[in-house]
Structures are given as C-alpha cells and as structure tokens.
Write a new protein. Structure first.
Length: 240
C-alpha cells in the first residue's frame, strides 16, 4: 500500500527508508477505507522507500511539480532526470533518439507493440501451473519464458511459499540479469525480499546454492553478501 510524498532531507548516498509518520499515515488511510480489515503495525511484513527526482520549476512544493523528464548529452554521456515509473518506455525511446547520432548501428523502430509480446512457439510447456501463474510468467518474461522454464531441476518449478514467484525465476535472475550483490537479486530482480517475512532470510540456504552455482560465489563471498543483505534489510526495508 502507498504512497506518501514527503521532501527527502537525507544524503542521497544513503539508502532511503520509511519514517514513522509515513507508516501511521498509510495505516490511517487503510483503516478509514477498509475498517473491517483492522490492520495493525504488526501485520506489516516489509517497507519500501524511494527518492523521486523532480525537475525544478516555479512551484513552491516539489510534490506540485510536473512529472516530466529531461534528457541531455554532454561529451558522449547521456543523463536523464525526472520522469516516473509509468513512463519508463517513453524515457528509454527518448534516450535512444539522443544516442542515435553517437551510435550509427542504432535503428529507431518506434513500434507501438507491447514490449513483452510472445513469439510463435514461445508458449509454456505443459507443466503444472495454474492459469494465473502462466499468464504472470508470460507477461513478465515474454520470449524468455521458455528458457526460464527449461530447467533440469524439477524443484525449480515450485512456487516460493507466500509468493507467486518460482524458484526458476531466482535462478534466471542470478544467471541473466546482471546481479552484482545479493540485494540485487532479492530486492530488485525478484522482489521476494519485500514479499517474504524477514526479507526471505528463511530461504537463504537454497538461495546460497543458486548463487554459488550461477554466480560462482565461494563460501567467503556468500557469507559477506548474506551479512550485508541482512543489515540492509533490517535498516531500510523492515518496520522501523
């Protein structure tokens, strides 16, 4: 549930975190709209906060500014400011237009087609998944879905308890989605660190095996990553 909209006064190098006033603000809204739910602080599994870039204008309050984006190029470096999550594709297309003169091989297609269209032959194999899970996988991964599901480990096709995420997605994320740290895999690629109690630390043994197999982390690297992840989750994603 969300969102809130407060000025961010902390250093931008620090990971953002939710504040007590924001928690009470959100709980009050849910209690008012859905009184029968009787939601309490103890029901919250995790929290999430982000910093939204806003292009300065004439408004007195940043939250009143438009959510437009701005792109500029200087000596080959392209920078983006502003925008919002729901305009990610438009921002990406605008960046490519700015980059085109610098990269002759870039060809603008400007297709209105959905970005994750399936191609012929990309249908999921006959595995035991309900309609919702099949639609979710196809919508999230598009033409990659066959590669994700072609696993020799049947246990990877199991759903992670408490989520709609399959273990195969964790393996795919580790193998194909530019993982540098454990927090990338659990908080940004799969989001199970936000969906599960205690950030999913109850499943770290199984996640460790996947990371060691797909990322080549030795035991020393894994222990450092796990300790760093636990510390980050407690400080910035738990209930304060």
């Amino acid at each position: 549930m969300g969102t809130t909209d407060l000025d961010h006064g902390e250093p931008l190098n620090n990971e953002p975190r939710i504040s007590f006033p924001e928690i009470e603000y959100l709980l009050d809204i849910v209690r008012y709209q859905f009184p029968s739910v009787e939601l309490e602080r103890s029901d919250i599994l995790s929290t999430f906060a982000g910093v939204r870039p806003v292009i300065g204008g004439s408004k007195k309050r940043p939250s009143s500014e438009k959510r437009d984006h701005s792109i500029w190029e200087q000596d080959g470096m392209i920078s983006v400011s502003g925008g919002k999550l729901t305009t990610f594709r438009l921002i990406a297309q605008d960046v490519l237009r700015v980059a085109a003169p610098l990269i002759p091989s870039v060809e603008e297609r400007g297709t209105p087609d959905p970005p994750f269209n399936k191609r012929k032959g990309d249908e999921l194999p006959p595995i035991s998944l309900n309609h919702f899970l099949r639609r979710r996988l196809e919508g999230r991964y598009g033409s990659h879905v066959m590669h994700i599901m072609q696993t020799e480990m049947n246990e990877d096709l199991e759903r992670i308890p408490g989520t709609n995420t399959l273990w195969a997605e964790v393996r795919w994320g580790a193998r194909e989605e530019g993982i540098m740290h454990l927090e990338d895999l659990l908080l940004r690629r799969t989001r199970i660190g936000i969906l599960l109690e205690k950030g999913g630390t109850g499943y770290l043994d199984r996640i460790r095996d996947i990371c060691r197999q797909e990322l080549g982390w030795d035991l020393k690297r894994w222990e450092a990553e796990a300790a760093s992840y636990k510390k980050l989750w407690e400080e910035c994603y738990s209930l304060p």
